[in-house]
Design a protein around this ligand. Structure first.
Ligand code: SF4
Length: 366
């Protein structure tokens, strides 16, 4: 049996960032205890099976504290014989050397910090609770605590961001000397305070944001952080094995409100509803796809990776004619949006900027 991945959504934050539409609520001690009980019940619900990646995301999972996180890790080992890559997302303003040491001792070996920017005004405009200095301190503490797999998130297209300010953030990352970076283009999500305040009028234009993205791809490559997915960069061998499961259409179980799963041939999720989850952590499940893993989905997810897709093999697996795909790829290759080599099609950084359109042209032709 292939080991699965485990995703645990922790729906608490210190304060809501105005651009964020991940499901999270203000942290409360009493809610955290009830959440932990519900989560452990849900983890007990599934039959025992091996897992080789675990990802504590959110929200701000470090707010759960050392004891609760240890309880989650113990349960993951008990129910899923968990062994492998264990990641925790962390807000640099919400950790200490002792908490990081405890997380490491609990069995987590990878940490992902939400740096977003090293420029004070940009952090303020994002409503973040940390400074660049705190982020540098948090990374130094993580290293002292024994984390060798450290990632930082960077945001591109922030209000006031310029090529020069992004250059300062990239230089700051170089100083941190971490083996993994995620760089996301800011998206104004409906229903967020950013959308309500029409932030789209104040952030860099689409063309400016595209230039910032290409600057990040090049700048990170110069630091040895090679792009392996639309938004992810790593030194060789330090890619996120958990996230690779998503793009390679491998199965994972998601726990907690708003968590998604791909398990036993179905995609399903929990509603964004902590109270409902606390009442019944195993009852309220919405099936979103009862036949996932088809040709289009497999190709669309895999094309997010810079290694690309071997369409000769994939088409043979799904009994499809590859010729129309290669015909559609030819003009896109001439435009510099992808490369075609020995049956393999891979998007370029320029192609990733318009990935939905490029991927649609390749695989949604009918
Ligand atoms: S800390 Fe992260 S999850 Fe929480 S509101 Fe901010 S961006 Fe969203």
């Amino acid at each position: 049996m292939e080991p699965i991945g485990l995703y645990i959504h922790v729906p608490f934050c210190v304060k809501k960032c105005p651009y964020c539409d991940f499901y999270s609520l203000p942290y409360r001690e009493e809610l955290a205890d009830r959440y932990l009980n519900a989560l452990l019940r849900e983890m007990d619900f599934y039959e025992e099976q091996p897992a080789d990646t675990l990802y504590l995301g959110g929200g701000t999972p470090v707010l759960l504290g050392e004891k609760r996180i240890k309880a989650v890790m113990d349960k993951a080992r008990e129910r899923f014989s968990f062994q492998g890559e264990g990641t925790i997302e962390a807000n640099p303003g919400a950790v200490s050397l002792s908490s990081l040491t405890a997380f490491r001792e609990a069995g987590l070996n990878r940490i992902s910090f939400g740096l977003q920017s090293a420029v004070g005004e940009e952090l303020t405009s994002l409503g973040r609770i940390h400074s660049a200095e705190q982020a540098a301190q948090a990374v130094a503490w993580a290293k002292r605590a024994g984390f060798s797999e450290i990632s930082v998130d960077v945001m591109l297209g922030i209000k006031g961001q310029t090529s020069q300010s992004l250059g300062a953030t990239l230089a700051f990352i170089g100083e941190l000397s971490v083996p993994h970076v995620s760089a996301y283009l800011l998206k104004i999500e409906p229903g967020t305070p950013y959308a309500a305040s029409h932030m789209e009028r104040l952030v860099p234009s689409e063309d400016e944001a595209a230039d910032l993205y290409l600057q990040a791809v090049e700048g990170l490559a110069r630091q040895g952080l090679i792009q392996y997915e639309i938004s992810n960069f790593a030194r060789p061998g330090h890619e996120s094995r958990h996230n690779l499961k998503y793009w390679e259409c491998r199965e994972y179980l998601g726990f907690g409100p708003a968590a998604h799963s791909y398990y036993r041939g179905k995609r399903f999720c929990h509603p964004r509803d902590l109270q409902g989850y606390l009442l019944d952590p195993v009852g309220d499940i919405l099936v979103t796809d009862d036949a996932p893993g088809g040709f289009e989905e497999t190709a669309m997810l895999a094309l997010r990776l810079t290694k690309g897709v071997d369409f000769l093999t994939l088409c043979a697996r799904f009994h499809k004619d590859p010729a129309p795909i290669f015909r559609a790829a030819a003009p896109l290759e001439s435009a510099g949006l992808l490369t075609v080599r020995e049956g393999k099609i891979a998007l370029t950084p320029k192609g990733f900027l318009v990935s939905n359109a490029v991927i649609g042209r390749l695989v949604l032709q009918d």
